[in-house]
Unconditional design. Structure first.
Length: 266
């Protein structure tokens, strides 16, 4: 059964990191109605336990699905996807697309054979990341580092606050200071927040380092799943925040640049 033409694509993240996925989705499906949901009341996910994340994500997506009847849900968050994706798919009667660390393309790009991975504490410790490494980078060296400070820095940046350069420096040092870290030439940004800081990270790591993230691949997957569907945008796209959504003029301007014209509390 085809969904209603105005049924939205629901993009879900712990905060504003999923906007990096939305940017890629706009390029492929500019006419698709979008509902962006930020669980900022639960931020940061990376410091929570697996049980807490799984329960929170499944509960919120269940309520959102019932209320807004999306045609597809995207968990635009590496941490939530690696922990809760399978359980959410088991419960909801709607296609669910997840986000996984871009280890496969990084393994194809690296010339030195040494890859860095930046993510949240919850993501970097997941067995799922071990599986991706074993499958796609068994002959490479993958160095991981949890960089929760980058999440806060990205959130603050979209609210008009200057980037915390110490968070950038700590992320770089967390990879470079590991044995073999000086050979890193490719870095996986395993959190959708992190590409919002790409200019600062690129400057800090140096021009010889390339970065990969999953946003474009996620957008392609969404477009493939919805290729035979029609779209009508009957009202402006909007964002819902589970916590305080007052971010001032800077946040409103940032959301507008991604095509989000309204924002409210969920």
């Amino acid at each position: 059964m085809q969904p209603s033409s105005d049924a939205p694509i629901l993009l879900f993240d712990s905060g504003i990191g999923g906007l990096t996925v939305l940017a890629e989705l706009r390029r492929l499906l500019p006419g698709a109605p979008v509902l962006y949901v930020a669980d900022n009341a639960g931020l940061p996910y990376g410091e929570k336990t697996e049980a807490q994340i799984a329960a929170r994500v499944a509960g919120l997506l269940g309520r959102l699905s019932e209320r807004f009847a999306p045609r597809l849900i995207t968990i635009a968050c590496n941490t939530a996807s690696t922990i809760a994706l399978s359980s959410v798919r088991d419960v909801l009667q709607v296609p669910v697309v997840g986000t996984v660390p871009a280890i496969k393309p990084a393994a194809a790009l690296t010339r030195t054979g040494t890859i860095g991975l930046l993510g949240t504490a919850a993501t970097v410790r997941q067995a799922y990341v071990d599986q991706l490494e074993a499958e796609f980078a068994a002959d490479k060296r993958l160095l991981r580092h949890a960089a929760p400070g980058l999440v806060q820095a990205a959130e603050a940046r979209l609210r008009g606050v200057a980037v915390d350069e110490s968070a950038i420096a700590a992320a770089v040092a967390g990879l470079r200071d590991q044995p073999g870290g000086d050979s890193i030439d490719t870095v996986v940004l395993a959190c959708t927040h992190f590409p919002l800081l790409l200019d600062r990270l690129s400057q800090a790591f140096g021009a010889e380092v390339r970065f990969v993230d999953g946003a474009a691949g996620i957008a392609r997957r969404i477009a493939h799943l919805l290729e035979d569907q029609s779209f009508i945008r009957k009202s402006p796209d909007r964002a819902l925040f589970t916590g305080d959504h007052a971010g001032g003029a800077a946040l409103e301007a940032a959301l507008l640049s991604y095509g989000i014209e309204q924002n409210d509390r969920f």
